[in-house]
Design a protein around this ligand. Structure first.
Ligand code: ARG
Length: 570
């Protein structure tokens, strides 16, 4: 079904006074519905129509053919007000939810493909708290695009190539660690972290160490077998821990094509850049100049022949286009890399890739934590950044304390506590426009009141608990829609009816926050309905229970689209 706004706009176009597009721009949804659910001020039309606004509204009210689902139209002092038919809205919305279930509001396939590059951490280190942002925004966008009709390719462009590996290899050998298969197999990312830290410390006193690391990476790039074996072990150790965390977060990928994957695809890019005379020497480096776009040169290759981050992104973009033939390619990466992506996209443009305009950097702000009363960005280097696994564990612990106090016999309480905890940190990350920095305040994030994850989870739990207590499910033909027309039911149904529109809005703006705000809205109206309209044991029990079921289905899927765990019991 089209939205009421669209229906009204088309009906107004039919009167010949304006285009549907112009009408759509004028329509607003007043917060107080005593003057209608949709209102159109006619003042701006006075000039073109050469009539008083009051008269325009009156004429339109008498001419317009009411779209289905609206009960009346009224002209009041230059405003044209439309009223929704509550019975129609209840029946059409709830019947459709019952028929479609979790996919209610999802768009049909649009035949388009979107690649989403997210999380993409650097190998050899543990995930820091700030990695949560790309991971969870990307995870949610992948779910949202799918619901909006796209085929989605979820890509983890692991940072598994580069000088960092030279550093790890140098340190590993310097400490004379065993290199037999069994030891390498049982390597942990924790040990790699320590190696990394020692490298940074020692290289301050021994500047030659940096050169050694660069040489080691070059050797690795040139295919040295022993170095490859070490690299493979470092990569596997990191992936093991990464996957453990992704499991806890409920995140997955279709492709783990990291930077190393593009190694053998780089020569073709270099050849093409040379052929097209795009590559020039600048201070010992091969670069592509981007002056005409007001951008600094894009660095392609170092003097020792080793390639760079941007080179691998050029190869990756080409590969994605060839392999997936995407209509859109998104990079969910922090704002700090804005210049890098501008450069990569413009080099592609210079290479004649018309599709460079289908590539989008989706930036986001940083996570701020309270340090001595001040909001600060954690730094990995100085060690003030928390590890993501520590944050997850702490969240789990906090929720477990709560469960132990309120419901100690709950089954699987450890897992449920972790799922609520993870959902709480995720919700805090997604609730505001992604470009805003995220203030992480433990008490606020974990609170069951306010704009929080636990608050929306709790709404879902309450709906599930009413359904459980009822012990039966209501069927379509048992519902009396006349019993769902009081203000509490009607306001909630109005919110549910907007699901499809919200999914598209979130997709069109690449903003999971649209759905996070929507989840809050559903939770709020659901709480209000349950609180004011007794469900179980009332004369309207079946009809109201049907609305509870529908609300639960909508909320469950919205939570899922955000990447939150839809908890049923806590
Ligand atoms: N590994 C990079 C980092 O941690 C992010 C990679 C983002 N994706 C990309 N295709 N460049 O900063």
């Amino acid at each position: 079904m089209n939205s009421f706004e669209q229906e009204i706009a088309s009906a107004l176009e039919a009167t010949g006074s304006f285009t549907a597009e112009a009408a759509l721009k004028l329509i607003s949804v007043p917060p107080d519905t005593t003057h209608g659910n949709f209102t159109i001020p006619c003042f701006s039309l006075a000039k073109t129509l050469r009539k008083a606004p009051k008269l325009i509204a009156e004429d339109l009210a008498s001419q317009v053919k009411l779209p289905a689902g609206l009960s009346k139209v009224e002209a009041v002092n230059g405003y044209l007000n439309f009223f929704i038919d509550r019975g129609f809205l209840a029946k059409s919305t709830l019947d459709e939810i019952a028929a479609k279930g979790l996919t209610y509001g999802h768009a049909a396939s649009n035949g388009k493909v979107v690649c989403i590059d997210y999380s993409s951490p650097n190998i050899g280190k543990e995930l820091a708290f700030h990695h949560l942002r790309s991971t969870m925004i990307g995870n949610s966008l992948a779910r949202i695009y799918k619901a909006a009709g796209y085929k989605v390719e979820r890509i983890n462009h692991l940072g598994d190539w580069g000088t960092a590996f030279g550093k790890l290899i140098v340190m590993y050998l310097r400490e004379n660690r065993p290199t037999d298969d069994a030891t390498l197999d049982s390597l942990t990312v924790k040990e790699l972290n320590i190696l990394y830290a020692s490298f940074s410390k020692i290289s301050k006193e021994e500047p030659g160490l940096e050169d050694e690391a660069r040489a080691a990476f070059t050797k690795l790039e040139q295919g040295d077998e022993f170095y490859r074996k070490l690299w493979t072990a470092f990569r596997a150790a990191t992936l093991k821990e990464l996957n453990r965390i992704y499991d806890m977060l409920g995140v997955s990928f279709d492709h783990y094509t990291g930077e190393s994957f593009f190694e053998d695809k780089i020569p073709a890019i270099l050849d093409e850049l040379r052929e097209k005379k795009l590559m020039v020497k600048s201070q010992e480096l091969d670069v592509v100049m981007l002056d005409e776009f007001d951008l600094g040169p894009c660095l392609i290759r170092k003097s020792d022949g080793s390639t760079l981050y941007a080179t691998r992104d050029l190869a990756a973009a080409n590969y994605r286009k060839q392999e997936y033939n995407f209509d859109k390619c998104l990079y969910v990466v922090d704002l700090g890399q804005a210049l890098h992506f501008k450069q990569v996209f413009h080099v592609l443009k210079k290479m004649g890739r018309e599709w460079y305009k289908d590539m989008y950097h989706i930036p986001f702000g940083v996570i701020l934590q309270l340090v001595d009363g001040k909001w600060e960005k954690g730094k990995t280097r100085t060690g003030t950044a928390s590890l993501l696994r520590d944050v997850i564990e702490a969240a789990q612990k906090k929720i477990l304390e709560f469960i132990n106090e309120k419901n100690p016999d709950l089954e699987n309480k450890e897992i449920i506590a972790r799922e609520i905890g993870v959902s709480a940190i995720t919700f805090n990350d997604l609730k505001n426009s992604r470009l805003k920095d995220v203030k992480f305040d433990w008490d606020a994030v974990m609170s069951f009141e306010g704009d929080t994850g636990p608050y929306v989870q709790n709404a879902h739990v309450r709906l599930c608990s009413i359904m459980r207590k009822a012990g039966y499910a209501v069927k379509l033909d048992e519902v009396d829609y006349a019993q769902l027309q009081d203000d509490n039911a009607y306001e909630l149904i109005k919110v549910l009816a907007r699901k499809g529109e919200k999914i598209l809005a979130a997709c069109n703006t690449d903003e999971p926050s649209v759905l996070a705000q929507y989840a809050l809205e559903i939770a709020e109206y659901a709480h209000r309905f349950i609180h004011n309209d007794r469900v179980l044991g009332s004369a309207e029990e079946k009809s109201r229970l049907f609305l509870v079921q529908a609300t639960q289905i909508v909320l469950e899927n919205v939570l899922d689209l955000l990447g939150l765990f839809p908890i049923r019991q806590m």
